[in-house]
Design a protein around this ligand. Sequence first.
Ligand code: NAD
Length: 454
Amino acid sequence: MTERVGSALEVAAGDAQLASPYNPLSELLARIEARTARVAIIGQGYVGLPVSMRASEQGFPTIGFEIDEQRCQALQRGSSYVEDVPDPVLRRALDRNYRATSDLGDLVGFDVAVITVPTPLREGAPDLSYVVSAGEQLTRVLRAGALIILESTTYPGTTEELLRPVLERSGLRAGVDFFLGYSPERIDPGNKTWNFVNTPKVVSGVEDGSLRAVSAFYGSLVDRVVPVESPATAELVKILENTYRHVNIALVNELAMFARELGVDVWAAIDAAGSKPFGFTPFRPGPGVGGHCLPIDPSYLSWRVRQNLGQTFRFVELANDVNEHMPDYVVARVTNLLNVQRKAVNGTRVLLLGLTYKAGTSDWRESPSLVVAEHLASLGAELRLCDPHLAEGARLQLNGTIVPFSDEELAQAELVVVLVDHPEFDPARIAANAALVFDAKAILRGHQFEGELL
Ligand SMILES: NC(=O)c1ccc[n+]([C@@H]2O[C@H](COP(=O)([O-])OP(=O)(O)OC[C@H]3O[C@@H](n4cnc5c(N)ncnc54)[C@H](O)[C@@H]3O)[C@@H](O)[C@H]2O)c1
């Protein structure tokens, strides 16, 4: 740490002790109301960057604190790596009141800090080291009257039991000297209908004043806030939502495998069941689940249940088992399809359509497509990989040639495998050009083509 930063932080710590706790809530609420509250978003990824853009748009002086130097420099240049934040939006924010930094000293004097750092799994267990580090950093610049909100997805109890003690090492007490709450992020990358602003935001605080401060802050960013009684409840809300999706996707995935054996069209059945106006939400099968949420978040909950209660969360374990098996199932079906044509996977030119974890996103973390690709490559397939959403320079370690979506590539492949239903993948063009197709997302339903749906 440089001399300059060190001294800035010492001043901040001194301020913290001197600052009067006298009615800090009304002061903070007034600054939020006037949009003069200084906002710091810790972590500028898929979640943190859109929140920063919205805070900036609403008039708050906003600092995006990002420890990854390359990301930070890209943001400073006005170059976004998050698909939901186009460059012009970032540039307007930079011109207005947004600044990206890796310098902790720039956070001195913040009023509202939102933590949006990763919460991965490490060997099957929650890795909360990023949340702890972010908390430790904030402790060094925390002052009386400020508000800290955790947004990272985690198991119930994290804000109170893990983050709070870290922050209180500052000598300040949560709910007395500073405010603390949890609000889960519900962002759905690539979703054109539901965005950060029109999706209701669940909010919580460690006591009433914190809840009021968290509600006021998000009330200035989104259309509607939904207060709940405690951070643990808000933490469970997020994991419940993702576990619900995870389990329901596993249900239709397993159903798809059995329906095929039974000779029934699972896609038609799900569509028709979806006509029921109550009591049924349609989920659709696919090659597995990916991204930063579904393969990870339910395991945070099952880990917590095992740690605290010594019990197994059976639905989560079963859903993990079914969904993790899906890429292998796709490879088995592809192998069989080629076998019927008297072909082996080995040496066959296979075009994979879609490498990201779902349609409309550039995020390829935990993508089941990568597992399918690796497996087919290990069997000797000559892979062509196509994904119009894949970020340039994405560090995929795959054996295969990245190609555009074109009639030539479709026609030259001996087999086309649809793994993601990106809108660019025109089913009519695939049907017209491809010799053989395995369609794991059923985008070719209703078209004449040689091949099979999942
Ligand atoms: N991506 C989604 O769709 C989504 C949706 C809802 C919730 N979430 C949750 O939100 C959290 C963040 O996810 P994400 O997808 O934005 O992750 P991400 O990896 O895209 O971004 C996190 C950023 O935080 C930075 N970072 C890590 N530690 C830091 C620190 N101490 N100080 C400053 N920056 C730091 C990283 O360099 C990275 O750029 C996770 O808990 C995730 O589960 C993600």
